[in-house]
Ligand binder design. Structure first.
Ligand code: PEP
Ligand code: MN
Length: 355
């Protein structure tokens, strides 16, 4: 099924820059939300995130502040001018979030793995025009991820984006969730118009991994980043080890190298033109060499000489190998190239002799 997509960009968000969403894993207290949001806004962040309802692996953890937190999100909008986003997992969440004027919704990884839950969400979003970001399901299943987006799209959600947050694995050596970059890369190939945002916080699970993961995502052409940021990360009620202060976030974002696609392509275009020119010259020279080889073939035929003269052949291979090495190439590579050229010369001479 083809997705019908419209831009997820909101007014005032620069389409030329990666879309940055930042904020705490969870809204905990009004003070924590306001302090974090105010600092992030002062760093130029335009979209705030905070989980209001938290899907926790085990019962007993902090399961989100709930409805009360939506009022704090309203305050964030009003006092900082940022857009606000949160996770929805049930139609009740959708209803409450829309009622509170949340600007962007996201579907969490545990929800997108469940087609029944996604269908319920899709049904509750019928006729609502709001950007929805769909996190990859916890298991590495691209079809399930695309399927979730199709369900929403069929219900009329056109402003869709994907969030790559890594895939669950039993072996959590480096990453909390394995990036498996080939999956979002394949998603880009399948649905080129779909924006993909990287969530380095949930992939890495640790602060130190955020910067390198952000850079990797930018190098792969992702359209944005969603990063967990908390005014006091060590004391966060959820995901403490993967959150950074707004200051650190700002530092990370400023160090990011965003490769300008246009300029890169222009430079690449010129270099590729030069490669084409070199290849044309190589073919021209080879053709000339073969003409000479055929002349030698005619000479050998006239003088009744054998085609293959091993001494001459060995001499050529050794000399060319050494010459190649002087020019910074591997002698063995050059020998291989000349073996192939010699083979073709012999074939051409055989044609002459057997005429
Ligand atoms: C989150 O963004 O805080 C969250 C719960 O993420 P995920 O669904 O990717 O685990
Ligand atoms: Mn989190």
């Amino acid at each position: 099924m083809e997705l019908t997509l419209e831009s997820i960009l909101l007014p005032g968000i620069d389409s030329q820059k990666p879309m940055i969403i930042a904020g705490p894993c969870s809204a905990e207290t009004e003070e924590q939300v306001m302090e974090t949001a105010t600092s992030l806004a002062s760093k130029g962040v335009k979209i705030f995130r905070a989980g209001i309802w938290k899907p926790r692996t085990k019962p007993g953890g902090f399961e989100g502040i709930g409805i009360e937190g939506l009022e704090w999100m309203r305050r964030v909008k009003k006092e900082t001018g940022m857009y606000v986003s949160t996770e929805v997992a049930t139609p009740k969440h959708v209803e409450a979030a829309l009622e509170a004027n949340i600007d962007i919704l996201w579907v969490g990884a545990r929800t997108s793995a469940n087609p029944f839950a996604v269908q319920e969400l899709a049904d509750s979003l019928k006729g609502v025009d709001i950007p929805v970001l769909v996190k990859n399901p916890v298991n590495p299943d691209l079809e399930l991820w695309i399927g979730a987006m199709e369900r929403l799209n069929q219900a009329g959600v056109k402003r869709l984006g994907a969030i790559h947050r890594g895939f669950s694995s039993y072996d959590k050596k480096i990453y909390r969730n394995l990036p498996q970059w080939h999956i979002p890369i394949e998603l880009r190939r399948r649905i080129p118009a779909l924006p993909i945002i990287c969530d380095p916080s949930h992939i890495g699970g640790k602060r130190e991994l955020i910067a390198p993961l952000c850079q990797q995502a930018m190098d792969l052409g992702f359209n944005g980043l969603i990063i967990e940021s908390h005014c006091n990360p060590d004391c966060a009620w959820s995901d403490a080890s993967q959150q950074v202060t707004p200051d650190v976030l700002d530092y990370i974002l400023n160090l990011l190298v965003i490769r300008k696609e246009k300029q890169t392509t222009e430079n690449l275009h010129e270099l590729r033109r030069q490669i084409d020119e070199c290849d044309n010259s190589i073919i021209d020279v080879l053709a000339k060499r073969m003409r000479v080889a055929r002349e030698i073939g005619t000479y050998k035929k006239e003088h009744n000489m054998p085609i293959l003269q091993t001494d001459r052949y060995n001499e050529i291979l050794d000399k060319r190998g050494a010459q190649g090495a002087l020019c910074g190439m591997d002698a063995e590579f050059i020998k291989k190239v000349f073996e192939a050229i010699h083979e073709e010369s012999v074939r051409q001479q055989m044609e002459i002799i057997n005429k």
